[in-house]
Structure formats: C-alpha cells, structure tokens
Design a protein around this ligand. Structure first.
Ligand code: NAP
Length: 251
C-alpha cells in the first residue's frame, strides 16, 4: 500500500495504460481521479476500481484546453483534498505518413495533445503541488521518442522525444519545490495504441514478436509497475529520469 492517503490523477485514464495505472494506484491505497474526453470509458474505469474495493472518480478534460486542465486539477483537489501524484499519460497516434505527405493540421494535433497537453498538465499540477508540500509526476513518453527508425512517425516521435526532454527540464525547474518529475518510455505493449485497426491481440503479438529482442510485446502491468515505482518514495533519488520499458528495442 505505497499510496495510502495519497491522491493520484491519471490523464487518459479511460483506457489502456492509463486505466491499468489508475487501477494499480487504487489497489495500493490511492484515491484516483481519471480524466479524458470519453465519459463512458472513464465511468468504466471508475466501476472497475469500485469493484476492486478502491476509491476513484472521473472528470472530463481535454488536455489541449487549458481551462479543462485547470478544472481537472481543481476538481481533484476539491474532491479528494489534495494532489500528490500526477500521471500525464493522454496521447494520440495518427496513421503512419511520410513527412512530406503529413497534413499540417495532423502535425499540430499530435504536438498539441502529446506535448502541449503534458506542458499544460504539469503547469497546473505543479502550481498546486509547489504550495502544498510537493509531489511526484510521471509523464508517458515512448521509446519511439528516442529514435527515428519507425517510418511515418515523424510527428509522434518528435512529440515524445520532446516529452522526454520537457520532463528533464521541468524536473530541474521544480526540484526545489519538492516535486520529482520523471517519465516512462514504453515500447509496444498491450495498450490500444500499438494495434492496427481491426487487428486481434494474437495478430498484434505475432507482428511484434520478431521486432522486439525479448520476443513479445509488453503487458500493461509491466508499464504500470514502472510508473508506480517512479511515483513512489522508493524512487526518491530518481529525478528527470526516462525509464525505458521496451523489451530491448532501444538497448
Ligand atoms: N500502447 C503502446 O504500445 C504505447 C507505447 C509507447 C507509448 N504509449 C503511450 O502511452 C499512452 C497511452 O496509450 P495507450 O496505448 O494506453 O492508448 P489509448 O488507450 O489510446 O490511450 C490514450 C488515452 O489518451 C486520451 N486522450 C487522447 N486525446 C486526448 C485529449 N485531447 N485530451 C485528453 N485525453 C486524451 C484517450 O482518452 P479519451 O479518448 O477519453 O480522450 C485515451 O484514454 C499514450 O501517451 C501513448 O503515446 C503507448
């Protein structure tokens, strides 16, 4: 129960990695607020946590809208009495497209959600944490942010590479406020983002098996375990770290 008495906010908490992470925090004693745009998905996460005996609520928030982000932090604090841990996990991936064919609107959208969304989230989370005893933030980056070898992913890789750098810069800016800021960089895992449209779990697993040195995609639990460790006191000396969990792809 590493998070007893703590309040955790998870963006993109209605699905995939965000849902698994929210459930893991709740299982370790945190009151969890999940956010996203899809109310039905958020409600499902809350129901799953309720069924597990945990405490959770949701607030609808688009991370590209600063007023939504400010409200998600405000409502978390009002409802649960604080904010100790924030997981900035919301993200989008658009279909692979060579740079010269990429729509400028698509480029802006990916950067807006994946990068500006993390900036806005941290800005408002830190504004609370710095005046209330500090906290821990973990941003979801991607191993694709560390290389350009996936053709057609220029916008996504750029956004995630920038999230990893923003994590380090923010960590230094706010270390004196008692806020530890780190990132995880998952490789392909069971989250929805690594699946092609209509692809079954088995088809996806087979497609990735030969691409990943470990021979398989990651599980959601393997990603959430890394997030929880970085957010916990056990990682008290980890600052500005980008924890890669990718089965050896970038080794
Ligand atoms: N799955 C992988 O293999 C993998 C690998 C590396 C990194 N990642 C990263 O892990 C994170 C989660 O991915 P996932 O696989 O779990 O996929 P996912 O289920 O599609 O998760 C993305 C989440 O982001 C939310 N979101 C998207 N746009 C948003 C916006 N404008 N405002 C607020 N929330 C928004 C979505 O919720 P709503 O639709 O409700 O808004 C959704 O819950 C992403 O940042 C992704 O880049 C995934």
């Amino acid at each position: 129960m590493r998070f007893s008495g703590k309040v955790a906010l998870v963006t993109g908490g209605g699905s995939g990695i965000g849902r698994a992470t929210a459930r893991a925090f709740a299982a370790e004693g945190a009151a969890v607020m999940v956010t996203g745009r899809n109310e039905g998905a958020l409600k499902e996460t809350v129901e799953l946590i309720d069924a597990d005996g945990g405490q959770a609520g949701y607030v609808i928030a688009d991370v590209t809208r600063e007023e939504d982000v400010a409200a998600m932090v405000r409502e978390t604090v009002q409802r649960y009495g604080g904010l100790h841990v924030a997981i900035n996990n919301a993200g989008v991936l658009t279909p692979p497209t060579p740079l010269a064919d990429l729509g400028t609107d698509t480029w802006r959208h990916v950067l807006d959600v994946n990068l500006t969304g993390v900036f806005l989230s941290m800005k408002h989370e830190i504004a609370h944490m710095r005046t209330h005893g500090g906290g821990a933030i973990v941003n979801t980056s991607s191993n694709i942010g560390a290389h350009g070898r996936r053709p057609g992913f220029s916008a996504y890789s750029t956004s995630k590479g920038a999230v990893s750098l923003l994590t380090r810069a923010a960590a230094i800016d706010h270390i004196a406020d008692g806020i530890r800021i780190n990132a995880v960089s998952p490789g392909a895992n069971e989250g929805p983002m690594s699946a092609l449209p209509g692809e079954s779990h088995e088809e996806r697993a087979a497609r990735y098996a030969s691409l990943i040195p470990l021979g398989r995609i990651g599980t959601l639990d393997e990603v959430s375990a890394a997030v929880l460790w970085l957010a916990s006191d056990e990682a008290g000396f980890a600052v500005g770290h980008d924890l890669v969990i990718d089965g050896g792809v970038t080794a």
